[in-house]
Write a protein that binds this ligand. Structure first.
Ligand SMILES: [Zn+2]
Length: 241
């Protein structure tokens, strides 16, 4: 809650806006002019967790016009269930694929994810939307009451794979993946290491970017539920197909 002393403080946010306009924007003016004149043509849809420590532009070395971003708690993908409700993430997926014709979709979870941890605890009774939303990660949770760091990490990674599976239920995604016009990338970003672990479709596991030979591309293969369980419930290390 704001106090009288807060109100008396200089408006730092206003100052930041002025700094951007006066100092940063002039360095990018021509680039933004081009993006306005030619429109946006991002090649990548990035579905990431809302966590403030996940900074997609930093991770990928990208700038304005390159990533079409959707962020939500947990980096979840709602089911394509035909209900046509107020599904912001689903709408963004449809727009990115059908209108922008992106060639990549990245689903990026991360370590120390509060959304994933919340799968193992009680949510605030007033957070009815949040409780419902977290159900999109429920299948990734493991049957333990008190999850340790390893269980949480495995849950975070399993959740990423589940969202990729759900993406494949979007007809416009499936069609383009099968036609090799679109690739799906599952990423798990480890905040403390500054390293993304990419889901290697063929090896069925998460590989640190430093030793991976691709960013998670490759022919998409649907994992059967049992197989997914075996792959991600084991030691957590990649297995051969
Ligand atoms: Zn998170």
């Amino acid at each position: 809650m704001r106090t009288p002393s807060d109100l008396a403080m200089p408006d730092e946010l206003l100052q930041r806006l002025r700094n951007f306009h006066d100092d940063a924007f002039p360095q990018h003016r021509s680039h933004f002019r081009m993006l306005v004149d030619d429109g946006q043509h991002p090649t990548t849809l990035f579905i990431g967790c809302s966590d403030s420590r996940l900074v997609p532009y930093l991770l990928t070395g990208t700038g304005p016009g390159e990533l079409f971003l959707v962020r939500n708690v947990g980096a979840f993908v709602p089911p394509y269930d035909g209900s046509a409700g107020f599904h912001g993430t689903a709408a963004a997926i449809e727009f990115a694929v059908l209108n922008l014709q992106v060639s990549r979709i990245i689903v990026c979870g991360h370590s120390h994810c509060g959304g994933i941890r919340a799968l193992y605890g009680e949510s605030h009774p007033a957070a009815r939307n949040l409780a419902q939303w977290l159900e999109l990660g429920r299948e990734a949770a493991l049957p333990v009451a008190e999850p340790g760091p390893e269980v949480l990490r495995r849950t975070e990674q399993r959740a990423v794979v589940l969202q990729l599976e759900r993406l494949m239920d979007y007809p416009m995604v499936r069609e383009r993946v099968e036609a090799q016009q679109l690739s799906l990338h599952g990423w798990h970003y480890v905040l403390e290491d500054g390293e993304v672990h990419v889901f290697d479709v063929l090896r069925g596991g998460f590989i640190p970017a430093s030793s991976a030979d691709n960013a998670g591309t490759g022919p998409y293969r649907r994992h059967e539920p049992d197989e997914l369980q075996d792959t991600l419930d084991g030691s957590g290390v990649p297995i051969s197909p």
